[in-house]
Design a protein around this ligand. Sequence first.
Ligand code: CA
Ligand code: CA
Ligand code: CA
Length: 251
Amino acid sequence: MRGRKSVLGLLGSLSLLGWLGLAGLCVFVPQAQAFIVINEILADPPAGLLGDANADGAGSITQDEFVEFFNPTIHVIDISGWSLSDAVKTRHIFTGGSIFLPRGILVVFGGGHPQSPDIGWFTASTGTLGLNNDTDIITLLNQDGETIDQVTYGSEAGQDQSVARSPEGTGNIFVQHLSLVNANERRFSPGYFINPVIVTEPDVNDPPGQDAQDGPVEDNNSQGANPNVPEPATICYLALGLGSMLLRRRK
Ligand SMILES: [Ca+2]
Ligand SMILES: [Ca+2]
Ligand SMILES: [Ca+2]
């Protein structure tokens, strides 16, 4: 299942991944060429409504699990046939026509009935994400089964909050969500960034994954910024006639 606005994103290129396992606060990510990145993982939703990440009015330790992805590029990326897996098996396959907008954010929830009209979301096509709370390996694969991004986490993810890339969208380490600057006690943020994201503006003529680094630009797909402010990514949406999408959920 996917949300009406969930199907799209664009552009792509570049990315990160590092690794680390610092004092139980970091997850390591060994992928240097990813152009779609795993940005946030909620493996252990807090009990009750506090953990209602998909905003469907019910707290669920399985349905409210989620994995958030970010497209840091200025390319529209067709992710049809791509898949999300944990250490055990494939948990979600993106359906045909799934397009990732530039600088867009997509979320795959474990299940339920997400009520998040302003974000792009899917529910796991297999019915669950099955994310272990103590340790797991989350992998995004393309249609050819090639790894686009992979994140390994440990017990730091089992603390009633998500783990997120730091800095959001571009960092090489993952930290507990409450430790993000400006988290203000928010334990997760599916579909949006808490802080403005600085990404490198790729050369529009470069293919995904081979973008030139022309200097940082502030991404407007972050909470507090107007997602409708035109930037290369937005212009691209219009050009393609793809319409709205991926606005971040505001809280
Ligand atoms: Ca779990
Ligand atoms: Ca829920
Ligand atoms: Ca987030």
